[in-house]
Design a protein around this ligand. Sequence first.
Ligand code: KG4
Ligand code: ZN
Length: 338
Amino acid sequence: MNDQYILAIETSCDETAAAIILNGREIISNVVASQIESQKRFGGVVPEVASRHHVEQITMIIEETLEKANMQPSELTAVAVTEGPGLVGALLIGINAAKAFAFAHSLPLIPVHHIAGHIYANELVEPMQFPLLALVVSGGHTELVFMKEHGSFEVIGETRDDAAGEAYDKVARVLNMPYPGGPHIDRLAHEAEEGVEFPRAWLEENSYDFSFSGLKSAVINYKHNMDQRGEEIDPQKVAKGFQDSVVEVLTTKTLRAARQYQVKQVIAAGGVSANKGLRTSLEQAFEEAKISFVVPPLKLCTDNAAMIGAAAAHMYNAGVRGNLAMNGLPGKELKSWI
Ligand code: KG4
Ligand code: ZN
């Protein structure tokens, strides 16, 4: 079989990214232009600002990706792009760039689900082993996904309100930390010996769903109460209390699901899987349970296009193709492609 080079494009949120992936496993080039500096001013992602940045960046990012790989468009096999979920205006910039590129160079298009991308980031580390359980924790998602083979997804649990990353970002605002808050809370949490006691949302006994809005409100209430009493909060203790609650719930539910579904491997994916507290807790839990656990390196946890290329490689081989009528799908569901 000929080598397969996929140019992948990702613009679903606030990173403008492109990558070239060889045979679904090897990163040839991977370029990410972050908008964090400009979004920081607003304390979160403003969709219009995100779209404007993508428009300014996308052509240069694609060119840079090809240059770094030292490749010509004629050497590519296909163009992959995130079709959703995400911000519709942001998605459209990547999709239109991908369509134009594919049309100009007569290449097939592959529409990729952003979460499938996060999961497939792990293929860039080591081959996935099935049956597999993925914990997807990002700014927009908190899901437990069971995969019996490549391209097969069953969402067995998801958040009923805020995503884990969203809760991190909101709590960081309460603590006057800049956007994105996750890494700051993570750092502060490690500086405290003891945390403030916050609730854990276990939900019904057998549920694999999550809920983080109660925890977020508990942190906000704690801050208000302290303010009213004229007392200062200790940000490290608040961060640790919050993080301990999130990490314990995520670890416990993931472990229970891994046992029930008798998986061979557990993987963590998405921006929050960059969290040191979470990584350590999951590593320990699965070492004890003797189940293989993989988490991608930090820069493949947060949004990037390499992961989109890794997922697209399997989709390409399974015959999945997009077309020039493709649209941004902000609420796209994670569906199996086999
Ligand atoms: O996957 P991602 O880059 O974008 C989405 O698809 O949402 O995830 C971004 C989220 C943000 O909420 C950010 O605060 C969080 O990931 N994050 C972290 C850490 N690094 C990034 N959360 C907790 N701890 C971290 N170290
Ligand atoms: Zn993401």
